[in-house]
Design a protein around this ligand. Sequence first.
Ligand code: GDP
Length: 424
Amino acid sequence: MGNCAIVGINWGDEGKGRMVDLLTEKYDVVVRYQGGGNAGHTVINEFGKFALHLLPSGIFRKETVNILGNGVALDPENLLKEMDEVISKGVALTPDNLKISNRVSLLIPWHRDLDELEEARLKDKKFGSTKQGIAPFYSDKYQKKTILAGELFYPEKFRSHLADLLEWKNLSLTKIYGAKPYTMEDLEEWIQKYCERIKPYVCDTGAFLKQAQKEGKSIMFEAQLGSLRDLDYGIHPYTTSSNNIAAYAPIGSGIPSAKIDDIVGVVKAYSTCVGEGPFVCEMFGDEAEELRKAGFEYGAKTGRPRRVGPIDLVATKYGVEVQAATEIALTKLDVLSYLDKIPVCTHYILNGEQIDDFPFPAALAEATPVIEYMDGWKCDVSMIRKYEDLPVQARNYIEFIEKRIECPITYVSVGPERDSIIYR
Ligand code: GDP
């Protein structure tokens, strides 16, 4: 069994959490390699329904070791909230099944404040941040102005490093935004309440992964968000502040030498997008509202209504390419069952020309979609488990997408539950 990555092909919210939860059974280790509390993976299983933001989705499997890699924005306060929630539902969490990289940077409460203050300053030009402090956190990381979880084992150095950061950070808080400064007492409280509680889980996860590889164990890399939100390959500046593409997975996990044998790209049967930025195939009015309701498209973290549209094959093909996906899981096919005719965005029109290739971000706002309509199947497919039992219209839809994105669709998800899946 080799390693695999489960990644989002579009704007995020593709249903990666349900795919990781389904496939973890086959893997010994699940690693989160980027992002933080800004996106939520929904997992429904025998323990209940969970919106996981930081915890790897393999946390529900007894034998699976879950790792928060060095590329993650580790917010101790939010992580503990999540840990307490899963523990309260009967899931055992110990340093044996949950490990935090000693090289991961800690998200400090001021990152959340700065996120909020900057969004408020931007007013109608805001990015639509989830205000979890992610952009200020990664900016600081690039400036080498963060503190690593492993420094907790050197308490004196930890505090003096934090004091230096405090002095610097208070300048931005007070002088740029006119906000209240932090004190060392505030930070001491943060250390005692949150950092000390996560400390038992902090270890050299790179060494653990190296050993696991040596022993022939298989690793699953779990991504957050999707290709179009990747810091380098997404729709700049409406991206997240980290790299979520599979190529970054070994780096953000702590095992840069790891080879990924299989990259499962998760694609939703229609498009959704949270936050600001160009969304070429966006639908509005009643048509949009109907789809939003059918798919329950409200953010897992914020509850915000998601923007919706038909599947966008231009963006999806680009997403497949940048992820180097080897196979596709198509999710939420069941949601489209109410439609007589299913819209599909096949191309864009840009500067009067029909194009196939995803344009440069600055040109996206000028692009308009070319929509084709396919026959709907108009029946409930949520109980179907065999591909050949799907109505011919549904199979036509899947095969049309597959041909255009040039990647095999090997899983079709027809419901949120673990077993609502068709293996193809
Ligand atoms: P993620 O961040 O990519 O894991 O996606 P989210 O958790 O934000 O969104 C996926 C949502 O769709 C969750 O509420 C899932 O339970 C739900 N879901 C996933 N797959 C399916 C499916 O095939 N059908 C339906 N109806 N819901 C699904």
